[in-house]
Ligand binder design. Sequence first.
Ligand code: G3P
Length: 219
Amino acid sequence: MKFFIDTADVEEIKDLASTGMVDGVTTNPSLAAASGKSFLDLIAEICTVVEGPVSAEVTATDFETMMKEAAVLRKIAPNVAIKVPLIPDGLKCCKALSDDGVMVNVTLCFSANQALLAAKAGAAFISPFVGRLDDIAVDGMNLIDEICEVYANYDFSTEVLVASIRHPMHILEAARMGAHVATMPPKTLRQLYKHPLTDKGLEGFLADWAKSGQSILGN
Ligand code: G3P
């Protein structure tokens, strides 16, 4: 399973990239606006830190303007994935860009039928939002299960990119379902390392080792 981080905070991206766990980055207009940086500079900077796909979202909602925005974004770096909303013009844009060899991430997916449309449009990634479904008392992970089932019935190359992740259980369930990618806030990636028995066990090992008076480095 690939891990992407869902943030426009470049310092966080640098810090987490150094762990070797980051396979890509997703941004959205809300995250980009909150960064306070010029959007094009922001994406260019992220692309210097991470080799994998970096999603940059168009903000137009009509085909012609989306294509113009995509032309600007794709020039930034070869690892830019153009993110488009799951609306008819977004999928038209997805098809045109995919046919031209560009990675497209179709976002704001809330149903398996929408995911089917994105796959038919040649999307590299489909982004179903699990947390926002949970927020309205609909089981977000059930959507991932449905999409994985539907995609497995055909030979679509579209990868299921689980988005709007709020906690580690979303990631575990997505991995059990065989989703290709999870994009998560930096805090959630850090949470994956944590277990109280790991901390307690290490504390015990180090206390016992200190009593021995030895050092592996011989100092
Ligand atoms: O970037 C898309 C998605 O991951 C947004 O998540 O937490 O705003 O629902 P959230």
